[in-house]
Ligand binder design. Structure first.
Ligand SMILES: Nc1ncnc2c1ncn2[C@@H]1O[C@H](COP(=O)(O)OP(=O)(O)OP(=O)(O)O)[C@@H](O)[C@H]1O
Length: 245
């Protein structure tokens, strides 16, 4: 199944909790270097699939390969080559900015001197150097998000998984966050992002929309809009939601 143009290949993925299918025969691929958006309403099955792909949860059935590794037997290898950021869990609020940086960089396997060099560079770039001893709980959400993203990519992963990374911030801050995502893409990192914000779907190279555990749309935003004769991904989402009611 392995094709080097694709960093994620998912075929007929199923995940059952008891008799309930959280993921039902999902099939999609993610190309090397693209920004891939994973969309769906609450409970559609996004986090379950994302956990499986990042090696945290075992599928019930189906084939899933990430960077050529099989999720059933090689999840440890997958975890070493990816980064992960979630809106719900990303930074320790009771630690300072620098302590968070040291902790995450250490977990991702950077040496002391790499942490010092890269850490200083990142904090200067984010304009957070003078705030390095501030507790994370005291800084604005927008700063936390940009710091969390930088930490999720501090080890130059091949893929970064972003689970609702921009939740709760205003459109201007979200836009700035997307600049960071584009920068990571330009460095060759593949981005896999879940979001509830339909305008963000338009920033992705390709998207996959889930509904009730199944893929209901998959492709690049422009082609999907053309095929379904809608003028935005938001309208497409409403249309698809209506079809499954
Ligand atoms: N460990 C579990 N045990 C039982 N049911 C679960 C478990 N994890 C998820 N589910 C169920 O599977 C379904 C899909 O959940 P999932 O978290 O993947 O959805 P989601 O699209 O990520 O939603 P959200 O945007 O709210 O995070 C939901 O109905 C959820 O209740």
């Amino acid at each position: 199944m392995c094709d080097s143009n694709y960093v994620i290949q998912v075929s007929k993925l199923c995940k059952k909790f008891g008799s309930f299918y959280a993921n039902n025969e999902l099939s999609f691929d993610v190309k090397r270097g693209e920004i891939f958006g994973f969309l769906g309403a609450n409970g559609a099955g996004k986090s379950t699939a994302m956990k499986i792909i990042s090696g945290l949860l075992t599928p019930t059935s189906g084939d899933v390969e990430v960077l050529g590794y099989n999720v059933y037997h090689e999840s440890e290898k997958i975890k070493r080559e990816i980064g992960y950021m979630s809106q719900k869990f990303s930074l320790y609020e009771d630690l300072t900015i620098w302590e968070n940086l040291r902790l995450f960089a250490g977990i991702y396997g950077l040496s002391k001197s790499q942490i010092k060099d890269k850490g200083e560079k990142i904090l200067h770039k984010l304009n957070l150097w003078s705030h390095r001893d501030d507790l994370v709980k005291s800084i604005p959400l927008g700063w936390k998000q940009k710091l969390a993203f930088s930490l999720a990519t501090i080890h130059d992963p091949k893929i970064v998984f972003l689970d609702e990374p921009t939740g709760g911030v205003d459109p201007q801050v979200r836009r700035l966050f997307w600049d960071q995502i584009y920068e990571a893409q330009a460095q060759g990192i593949t981005i896999f992002v879940t979001t509830h914000y339909m305008d963000e779907a338009e920033y992705c190279d390709r998207i996959c929309i889930l509904s009730q555990g199944e893929v209901v749309a998959y492709g690049d935003p422009e082609s999907l809009k053309e095929t379904h004769k809608v003028d935005s991904i938001d309208s497409l989402f409403v249309l698809l939601a209506r079809n499954v009611e």
